[in-house]
Design a protein around this ligand. Structure first.
Ligand SMILES: Cc1cc2nc3c(=O)[nH]c(=O)nc-3n(C[C@H](O)[C@H](O)[C@H](O)COP(=O)(O)OP(=O)(O)OC[C@H]3O[C@@H](n4cnc5c(N)ncnc54)[C@H](O)[C@@H]3O)c2cc1C
Length: 381
């Protein structure tokens, strides 16, 4: 690989700035292809400074179709296929499950159900709905999820959806970076971009100085330990203000989330949000009354004005990968792959001008993700 010695230091092919979810995936993938990669992360190797640390890591393209457009749904479907292959190559285990999502609602919120279903159907390809959306009534609800008993008269089972353990994924990716020889610089906040042939900016909301249109959408979650409840898959509770969910991880750990509040407010969880989240869990299963609260946490989802992810080439030596909003885990494998393919096209010289970038974009699987600085006018600014 191409290395240029500068002042005795080895100049990497790529400096990846921001080692949250996307930065780790991109650095790991490029190192696996034989490139010299350095990664700079302001936080620790565990990933505690990232939105990814707080996320529930549900991989639910069909449920999310109620709030996401077809592009994001498609990225989610493709990424759901990629995750198990990706995890299989990591040096540490990552809890990954494809046991579906259950959507339920209380009688008082029943008006939400037809609206949710209409939006979901509008944004989903037919093949995703085929066998992927099962209406349940009466005893079918506890047959699908015995822990719920007779508390919900109706529900929908979306059997093909998945979830994983976000913190295990971050840890396994950190181990994967070491195994592939990535020069990791943890606890290193970057202001001026480091020296490298190409820089890939994956700073999430931290990338705002270079991308003022980015904004944060605050999300709050609770993590509880609740032995004996035994939910087998994420349960979503329709709610007039924001969709609530309870995502069961290993060892009786549950992630209960998540609020969705405009603003870059990283302060601790509010009393109102804690009450709403925990009451929702209690209403789904009274056993949550005896759960132990391990953590109340908040972070901001990095969001672009059109709520789409984007991979932007500045026309020179910088790529920016951002805007994964509330779907980072759901879509990151596919978004990272797009970014890596463009990065490799820069290395090979296949992309080096506006025209060659336009050709690359036209041939790409997800052209909507790709932006040259010259075309970044409307939605991205
Ligand atoms: C409450 C909540 C729940 C969520 N639930 C889900 C879910 O169920 N499913 C799902 O798919 N997605 C979910 N998400 C969304 C997901 O977490 C994000 O989309 C994803 O983390 C974005 O990835 P990223 O790498 O772009 O940003 P991040 O994960 O935030 O990583 C960015 C990294 O850049 C680093 N950084 C920033 N500035 C600098 C700097 N100057 N120098 C060095 N490093 C820097 C940060 O420390 C951070 O580690 C949720 C998010 C939240 C907040």
């Amino acid at each position: 690989m191409n290395r240029i010695e500068q002042g005795g230091a080895c100049r990497p092919d790529f400096a990846v700035v921001g080692g949250g979810l996307v930065g780790r995936l991109v650095a790991w993938r490029l190192a696996g292809a034989g490139h010299e990669v350095a990664l700079y992360e302001r936080g620790d190797a565990a990933g505690t400074q990232s939105a990814a640390w707080v996320a529930a890591a549900m991989l639910a393209p069909l449920a999310e179709a109620a709030v996401a457009e077809p592009l994001v749904v498609g990225l989610g479907v493709a990424s759901l296929e990629r995750w198990p292959r990706l995890i299989a190559q990591l040096p540490e285990p990552v809890f990954f499950q494809r046991n579906g999502t259950l959507v339920v609602w209380h009688g008082a919120d029943r008006a939400e159900a037809p609206l949710f279903e209409r939006r979901l159907r509008a944004n989903s390809p037919a093949e995703l709905l085929e066998g992927g959306f099962v209406k349940l009534a009466g005893a079918q609800v506890p047959q699908a999820e015995p822990a719920l008993g007779a508390r919900f008269a109706q529900g929908w089972l979306l059997p093909n959806e998945g979830q994983l353990d976000n913190r295990q994924a971050l840890s396994a990716l950190a181990a994967g970076l070491e195994a592939r020889g990535v020069r990791t610089h943890w606890n290193t906040a970057i202001e001026a971009m480091p020296d490298a042939r190409w820089v890939i900016d994956c700073r999430g909301l931290g990338g705002k100085p270079a991308w003022p249109a980015l904004r944060g959408i605050r999300g709050e979650v609770a993590r509880v330990h609740a032995p004996g409840i035994g939910l087998t898959r994420p349960v979503r509770l329709l709610h007039p203000r924001y969709p609530l969910y309870i995502a069961p991880k290993q060892n009786d750990l549950y992630v209960i989330g998540a609020t969705e509040v405009e603003g870059e407010d990283m302060s601790p969880v509010s009393v109102r949000s804690a009450l709403e989240l925990l009451s929702a869990a209690f209403a789904v299963h009274p056993g949550f009354g005896e759960a132990r609260i391990l953590e109340l946490n908040s972070h901001c989802r990095p969001t672009l004005p059109d709520h789409r992810p984007a991979v932007v080439w500045d026309g020179v030596q910088t790529l920016r990968v951002n805007g994964l909003y509330r779907h980072g885990f759901m879509i990151a494998p596919e978004v990272a792959e797009v970014a890596c393919q463009l990065a490799e096209a820069l290395v090979s010289g296949d992309v080096g001008s506006a025209d060659s970038f336009a050709d690359f974009r036209a041939a790409a699987r997800w052209p909507e993700l790709l932006h040259g600085e010259c075309m970044a006018a409307s939605a991205l600014q």
